[in-house]
Design a protein around this ligand. Structure first.
Ligand code: VGL
Ligand code: ZN
Length: 211
């Protein structure tokens, strides 16, 4: 077991998409998605910088099955930028489902980053949209604030947490996933694939209780 990391002033906690639509009563529910809120509330005060992402889709977004006649949620289609999983309508801009979970404590200094707001491109990653070209601005924000190490938590482990962690690592940030502070959507093999992808990228998964 590696030694637990000691927190530094250059660390940031990245809380991914902890929004009502991904919680059990939402339109794209992640099992026990809301169960991580109290744990995350114990973590945020310990970090000098916190960043909350918000999935923020326009109506008729490319990732909605309802946008593509004859399709069903959870199947895939070929988008111009590659394979895209289709989802139930979720996180519509300004809807209650897009709100961050009401029990989440948002520090006044938190940075809130919206993503997925372009109609024809989805964005799982908090860094780069699914065309793998369009930046969200997060890397610039981290550089401006001299943040070099990222701890990720939130929803969903096997989609937005996964892609955000890999892009963070690829962009040169030391990246760690707080596994007990995430939950997965769990489509077919997505959890096992995520474990393997994180390991291959050199991204440790640790328990937040070791911090
Ligand atoms: C997410 C599916 C669609 C996520 C966002 O936050 O993991 N998953 N949009
Ligand atoms: Zn989405």
């Amino acid at each position: 077991m590696p030694l637990p990391p000691t927190l530094r002033p250059t660390d940031a906690l990245l809380i991914i998409d902890l929004q009502n639509d991904f919680c059990p009563d939402g339109s794209l529910p992640v099992q026990h998605g809301d169960a991580i809120v109290p744990l995350i509330n114990t973590l945020t005060p310990r970090f000098p910088h916190t960043i909350f992402t918000q999935d923020w889709h326009p109506s008729h977004h490319i990732s909605f099955a309802s946008t593509h006649p004859g399709t069903q949620p959870y199947q895939t289609i070929q988008a111009p930028y590659g394979t895209q999983t289709l989802w139930p309508d979720h996180c519509l801009q300004h809807s209650p489902g897009a709100d961050l979970h009401p029990h989440l404590h948002i520090p006044p200094t938190a940075h809130i980053l919206r993503k997925g707001f372009r109609q024809h491109i989805d964005s799982y990653s908090a860094f780069l949209e699914n065309d793998r070209l369009t930046p969200t601005g997060l890397a610039d924000h981290l550089h401006q604030h001299h943040l070099t190490r990222l701890f990720l938590c939130g929803l969903a482990y096997d989609f937005c947490v996964r892609y955000s962690a890999i892009d963070g690592r690829t962009l040169g940030f030391e990246t760690i996933v707080l596994e007990d502070a995430t939950r997965a959507v769990n489509l077919s093999n997505s959890v096992a694939e995520t474990h393997a992808a994180l390991a291959a990228a050199g991204i440790p998964r640790i328990q937040s209780t070791t911090l």
